[in-house]
Design a protein around this ligand. Structure first.
Ligand code: ADP
Ligand code: MN
Ligand code: MN
Ligand code: MN
Length: 369
């Protein structure tokens, strides 16, 4: 059995007493933001005199960021409010954008990727772009080994959607995260066990425009908090173990109003044609390290495609972009870009999809094929 966290040894029943204390009209609001590396989340909490009815009741707040070796003060600007599934109503979680408010005379400079995404989503509003992202993650113990794995060399059997205590480890986390997201108001739509034991997936969507990034980042925050309670670590590493099995992606499903309407398949095919011409550009923004993570993940093994070559097919999974079988049969719906890695920034991925498929006319020569 993997090493468990020290905080698990704290007395959880004692904690229940304090959490059940009657509160006054005050409300605890936890500000959540993406850190300076763009990959991890941070949070801090403060008291408001009464329950906020919306973002207008939640003031901006300052924090510090490490910028090229020096600490700079930055401002947290609330962008979406959720219910707090950990200390419950009326308390809130609020997702924030981080801005540098000291840039005179330029004004606020956004330090995450959200506002660039929001601007593009605003420009394509009439297309009604919907996204659904499938977040895969792997549970680890504090000893750095996949949670629950036998201490000796080798690993348990590989099976998607497996059932049975000898084949899946840590289902409690998947179940509790699902409930917590529903309570919070995150648009989570499903879960399943993944290829490796202790590897899981949840899906968020369909979400329109900027909501995709907002809800996925909050779903990730909730995942890390649930894992704290169970004493394990959720990793979004795209290649969590050395071998080419059990890599972790964040498949991104995309549609517009036209693709969802009768005859939409032609718009889906047109979007895929555009994507085929910009394979390398997309791979550069589909993980947290400018393509390096995907270079080791997309090996064409099992259900991954090639890093170097764009491919597409109907109802087949070893491709860059897949048209689901039911979409092909119906003649409309959505397509799935299977290239984004588990640690991608959903703001960047959804923005790239919209820019290539709906905005620009990609050139012919810029593919890596
Ligand atoms: P897979 O078969 O690839 O494992 P999943 O069931 O895990 O698919 O995920 C499907 C995803 O597609 C979900 O996130 C869902 O929200 C999303 N989705 C469903 N319909 C649409 C649509 N019309 N446009 C965009 N995304 C969609
Ligand atoms: Mn899936
Ligand atoms: Mn999956
Ligand atoms: Mn998928």
């Amino acid at each position: 059995m993997s090493v468990l966290s020290e905080s698990l040894s704290l007395h959880k029943t004692v904690r229940e007493h304090y959490l059940s204390l009657a509160s006054g009209t005050e409300c605890q609001v936890t500000y959540v933001w993406i850190d300076e590396a763009g990959e991890k989340l941070q949070c801090k909490t403060r008291t408001l005199k009464k329950e906020p009815t919306g973002l207008r009741d939640i003031a901006e707040w300052d924090t510090v960021w490490l910028d090229c070796g020096t600490l700079i003060e930055v401002t947290l600007v609330p962008v979406k409010m959720f219910r707090d599934p950990f200390i419950l109503d009326p308390n809130k979680l609020v997702l924030c954008e981080v801005v540098d408010s000291n840039c005179v005379p330029k004004g606020n400079i956004e330090l995450n990727n959200r506002s660039k995404c929001a601007k593009v989503m605003e420009a394509v509003r009439e297309f009604q772009p919907w996204f659904g992202m499938e977040q895969e993650y792997t549970l680890f113990g504090l000893d750095g080994r996949p949670f629950g794995w036998p201490p000796l060399v080798g690993f348990p059997a590989i099976a998607n959607c497996a059932v049975g205590i000898d084949r899946v480890y840590g289902r409690d986390i998947c179940i509790c995260h699902y409930k917590a997201c529903l309570y919070a108001g995150v648009r989570i739509c499903g879960t399943n066990a993944e290829a490796l034991a202790s590897q899981w997936e949840f899906q968020v969507g369909p979400c329109e425009g900027i909501e995709m990034g907002d809800d996925l980042w909050m779903a990730r925050y909730i995942l890390h908090r649930v894992c704290e309670d169970f004493g394990v670590v959720a990793s979004l590493d795209p290649k969590p173990i050395e071998v080419d099995v059990g890599t972790a992606g964040c498949h991104t499903n995309f549609s517009t109003k036209e693709m969802r309407s009768p005859g939409g398949l032609q718009y889906i095919k047109d979007a895929i044609r555009r994507l085929s011409k910009r394979h390398s550009q997309h791979l550069r923004v589909y993980d947290a390290h400018d393509g390096a993570d995907n270079m080791s993940r997309l090996t064409s093994e099992l259900t991954t495609s090639s890093y170097n070559k764009f491919s597409t097919a109907i109802a087949s999974r070893a491709v860059s972009v897949r048209i689901p079988g039911h979409v092909s049969r119906m003649g409309c719906g959505y397509f799935e870009d299977r290239r984004p890695a588990a640690n991608c920034d959903p703001y960047t991925v959804t923005r790239a999809l919209v820019e290539t498929c709906l905005l620009e006319t990609p050139g012919k020569d810029d593919d890596v094929q």
